[in-house]
Write a protein that binds this ligand. Structure first.
Ligand SMILES: NC(=O)c1ccc[n+]([C@@H]2O[C@H](COP(=O)([O-])OP(=O)(O)OC[C@H]3O[C@@H](n4cnc5c(N)ncnc54)[C@H](OP(=O)(O)O)[C@@H]3O)[C@@H](O)[C@H]2O)c1
Length: 284
């Protein structure tokens, strides 16, 4: 079995690939798509095949999917990029990758998505059956492009698509936890962020990749304990600005997800049920 993984130079992908390789059985191999050959070298050293190219380039997609059995599409463009680029990579290129995969006879396609696709909160944990309701403080080209990619990939006849919706991912030296203050500094004290450690994101993705008979299924991946803006400041050792206590949380259930389905169907159990468990284990 040959598995193509995109986005492996990013925060999630670079931590997922070594775990995918570590649990590979004899005959199972991994191919990565990277934009810069030099940045592919660490993956080659781990035993992965490397294809160099951009996700928006049809020729590169053809090379990337040739002979592949499964795809895990981790790549996305969303950190400070123009909206057109977010749409081109997260929606259009993801769909093109799906088409290329279908044409090449790929058996499974895991699309890495985000809990932001749910849009506004429902006053309870979000479940995979909830429709996307665009809107709210975090809506924009990124969630919109990911939501469209999900929809079009799921509608692709003949391709076994599985969707993984990730929370706010942190851990293992990822600067994301510190970066959370860019937003949390402007939030109300009680506004919460649903977290997921890289170990558990990788666990969830591996379960979704390997499970038989789940074509078309969507799974939330997250931990058990969303943290508030105040806690994010405390975790980062930063004084809590007074203004946080003067603001009101506009949507207390924004992007807080239920993990009931992935637990029940795929046996997922977070190794780090909370960011505090990860901190105590020295895994931040
Ligand atoms: N991190 C989170 O908290 C979080 C939360 C929810 C969902 N997600 C999802 O998880 C996935 C990974 O996120 P991340 O945090 O690892 O993002 P990241 O650190 O920004 O990494 C993005 C990856 O995508 C690649 N990429 C971007 N544009 C590309 C293109 N045109 N062609 C080929 N590769 C391209 C990047 O390659 P370069 O290195 O060459 O730029 C990089 O490897 C994304 O699908 C994201 O939507 C992440």
């Amino acid at each position: 079995m040959l598995t193509l993984v995109t986005g492996t130079t990013g925060q999630v992908g670079r931590r997922f690939v070594p775990r995918l390789l570590a649990q590979a059985r004899p005959g199972e191999t991994v191919r990565v798509l990277v934009r810069d050959a030099t940045r592919g070298e660490p993956f080659a050293e781990l035993g992965a095949e490397v294809v160099v190219g951009d996700l928006r380039d049809a020729e590169a997609l053809g090379k990337a999917v040739a002979g592949v059995d499964a795809v895990v599409n981790v790549a996305a463009s969303f950190r400070g990029v123009p909206d057109e680029e977010a749409r081109a990579v997260n929606h259009e290129a993801a769909v093109q990758l799906g088409r290329a995969a279908l044409g090449a006879g790929v058996e499974r396609f895991v699309q890495v998505s985000t809990g932001l696709v749910y849009g506004t909160g429902r006053g309870r944990l979000l479940t995979e059956d909830d429709e996307s309701r665009p809107g709210g403080g975090m809506w924009g080209a990124y969630p919109e492009s990911k939501a469209r990619a999900e929809r079009e990939l799921l509608a692709m006849d003949g391709l076994d698509v599985r969707i993984a919706r990730l929370p706010f991912v942190y851990g293992e030296g990822d600067p994301h936890l510190a970066q959370s203050l860019m937003w949390a500094g402007n939030w109300a004290a009680t506004q919460r962020l649903h977290m997921g450690h890289h170990v558990d994101v990788a666990q969830g993705l591996l379960r979704i990749l390997h499970a038989p008979g789940i074509a078309g299924r969507i799974y939330n991946i997250a931990d058990d304990a969303p943290v508030t803006a105040v806690e994010l400041h405390q975790l980062n050792g930063v004084e809590v600005p007074e203004e946080l206590h003067t603001r009101t949380d506009p949507d207390p259930w924004l992007v807080l997800m239920s993990t009931e389905r992935i637990r029940r169907e795929l046996g997922y159990r977070p190794v780090y049920p909370s960011v505090y468990a990860a901190r105590d284990a020295g895994a931040l």
